[in-house]
Design a protein around this ligand. Sequence first.
Ligand code: A3P
Ligand code: MG
Ligand code: MG
Length: 378
Amino acid sequence: NSRQHQYRPGSPPGQTQLSSRTLSTRRELYERDFPLYKQPVEIGCFSLDSERRFFNDSRQLRYYVEPDRNPNFDLRDGYKERFKKRDDGVKEKLDHILRWIVANKSKLNSRTASACALDADFVTWRGHLTKLLTTPYETKEGWLLAVTRFRGTLYMSEVETETSRRERENRTDRHEEMMYWGYKFEQYTCADTVHSVPDPGGVVNTNEAFCTVVQTRLADHKLLFSGEVDCRDKDPNAPAPPGCYVELKTSAEICTPKQRSNFHRFKLLKWWAQSFLPGVPRVVAGFRDHEGVVVSMETFQISKISHLIKNEYNCWKPTVCMNFCCDFLSFVKRVVTEDSKSVVYLFSWEPRRDVTYSVYRDSQYSFLPDWFVEEMSS
Ligand code: A3P
Ligand code: MG
Ligand code: MG
């Protein structure tokens, strides 16, 4: 039981977990040996097309085409004439992952004699786990995670906070345009097939996605999660997935030591957490100026990021991220005891607070669809 490590002998009161109903997010509690994190294995993938339709295949996987060192990509090009934005008011919850599970039910290992039990303690999105990893260092945005135990597996799905909904509904035009830039960068650097080249004249459609489904283990937690993947190495001799995957990012050009320090302290934390989880080995970054022109490129190996940040004073630590996530999952296992499709335990966190939870029966928070429950029961 990894929880026993939270009680550090000699810690003054207030540094240990005082209540069994809450979980502290204080960094000092999670500074211990790096927990076991098994190499993630890809067990499948799926695609979402230009209309957000699900396909149990890799049709949306794109291929990375290395640009010049100083490419001069204009990220504003095509905004808004060649932009189809996904409706982010539609909450898809775990639906796509559940569809993948149903489509691959016969291939999934059974834990017990019962053919419908999944060989996973947790099913969730990679993005939800990224938020857990960065929680000890997050000072602005809280989160809500809904958890339902169904046939022994814990399904974990994010609920939008009131603050986040208000921000989404009140984004400025500048912010909306800057969100487009990241996708436009993908269009400049990705081709649809191994032998083709990028088409910057096409439409940027953010409904389209390729998602990997991976299985791994964090200490004694068996995880099955899915995450969107930007593209892959086009070399046929590249490592098998997820080793061949490439994460693309844009970031403001770094001109001062202060900007470099902020980049290490805040951006690299998010980039590391997102790619480390599914075992994506590298991030390709395009640095852009204030007009949205990419002026330089840099590749970051995920395995080298922890060394890069070691010179920053009081910087984030991978071990704190992983130990907090591990302890949160143990906390969830301890709390979420009732096995029922319609019961939701809602875990809630706000910066400078402990994680708390409340329980809901047949509420607006229930998220396992009837079609999933029926498929998994037959
Ligand atoms: P950048 O990565 O260049 O920031 P991802 O990097 O995860 O593949 O996401 C692709 C793009 O989606 C991002 O490009 C950014 O433009 C947009 N995006 C992703 N998450 C976002 C968020 N939480 N808020 C705003 N934009 C986001
Ligand atoms: Mg992406
Ligand atoms: Mg990206």
